[in-house]
Design a protein around this ligand. Structure first.
Ligand SMILES: [Mg+2]
Length: 134
């Protein structure tokens, strides 16, 4: 099988920068009242981890990929968002409060939606193509 040398317009090494959305992707934020967050930042802690997300993110982190969570939440909620990630054990390298350049995006608002089972299968295929797994 021919290995990929670039993806989304930039060159690949053996490891990827994987951008992962928070709300609706790793966090069920349906119980969070975002109108209250600026006055009561710990409102964010009401979010619940989405089934399958933690296991998948831990695996990607362990494989050596750079994990960057991103969110369009208010910048003032950055510290509380980090607290939530740590509270639930999500390993990561960075937290961005905006979208940025990455090899791969995992986002519930993408046209394909978000299914952690399908994401796992897609990333396994990608790992084979870039030569992480042979
Ligand atoms: Mg989202």
């Amino acid at each position: 099988m021919r290995k990929l040398k670039e993806l989304n317009g930039f060159s690949l090494g053996k490891k990827l920068t994987i951008a992962i959305d928070i709300d609706g992707t790793i966090a069920d934020s349906s119980g969070v009242d975002f109108r209250r967050v600026s006055r009561k930042p710990d409102e964010i802690l009401k979010a619940k981890p989405i089934k399958g997300a933690l296991k998948a993110v831990k695996r990607l982190y362990k494989e050596g990929h750079t994990i960057v969570f991103y969110t369009c939440r208010n910048y003032a909620s950055k510290l509380m968002t980090m607290k939530w990630l740590k509270k639930h054990g999500f390993p990561f390298h960075h937290l961005e409060m905006k979208k940025f350049v990455a090899h791969v995006y995992i986002d519930d608002r993408a046209i394909n939606g978000c299914s952690w089972k399908r994401i796992k299968e897609s990333l396994e295929t990608l790992s084979i193509l870039i030569g992480t797994v042979t």
